[in-house]
Ligand binder design. Structure first.
Ligand code: URA
Length: 185
């Protein structure tokens, strides 16, 4: 087992709990401060992240960081992690078995880092959070912007930035939710 994030990340780097480990170049660990106000939970690494091992370092990450910064959120307060740590083949959605296999890492991060606000991006991360918390969330399109209390933390679901890149009409809502998050931390 592990008793801190560094020990956990060393295990993640060599993890073989599920089939996603077979084709990865890099397992992608969470990244950010030890006392984050905000924890962002993405879905899974994409091609860029698989290559460099840094979460949200591709196109989705550029949009995510830009909108957070414009909302007044300081990146020093933000820990960024993922529901699964290895890239699914052909950028498919992670399967439930992958989310479950990886869930202990997410659970440890949440319990160890105790952020004030947790922001799951999209349905996969809502599913992963549901698995570790026991909370039944609405589907993401309905859950967006809701405030859900859990163990002294607030969960505020948000669109995945890839959904904004697919349909820019959602940008205004995405920005609005981050402004709401900025006012709460
Ligand atoms: N999309 C995610 O959900 N996570 C990443 O790290 C990159 C893209």
């Amino acid at each position: 087992m592990y008793s801190n994030i560094e020990e956990m990340n060393a295990l993640i780097k060599n993890c073989i709990k599920c089939n996603l480990s077979l084709k990865r170049k890099n397992a992608v660990c969470g990244n950010g401060p030890k006392n984050p106000k905000i924890m962002i939970i993405g879905e899974a690494p994409g091609k860029t992240e698989d290559e460099n091992g840094i979460p949200f370092s591709g196109r989705s990450g550029v949009l995510l960081r830009k909108v957070m910064e414009e909302s007044g959120i300081d990146s020093k307060d933000v820990y960024i992690t993922n529901s699964v740590r290895c890239r699914p083949h052909n950028n498919q959605k992670p399967k439930k078995a992958n989310l479950i296999a990886c869930s202990a890492y997410l659970k440890f991060e949440v319990e160890f880092l105790k952020p004030n606000i947790i922001v799951p991006l999209g349905n996969s991360s809502l599913g992963a959070l549901s698995y570790i918390s026991g909370i039944r969330f609405d589907p993401i399109t309905k859950a967006i912007g809701q405030k859900i209390s859990w163990n002294q933390m607030i969960i505020i679901p948000q669109f995945h930035p890839a959904a904004i890149l697919r349909d820019m009409k959602r940008l205004k809502v995405f920005e609005g939710v981050f402004r709401k998050i900025a006012n709460k931390n």
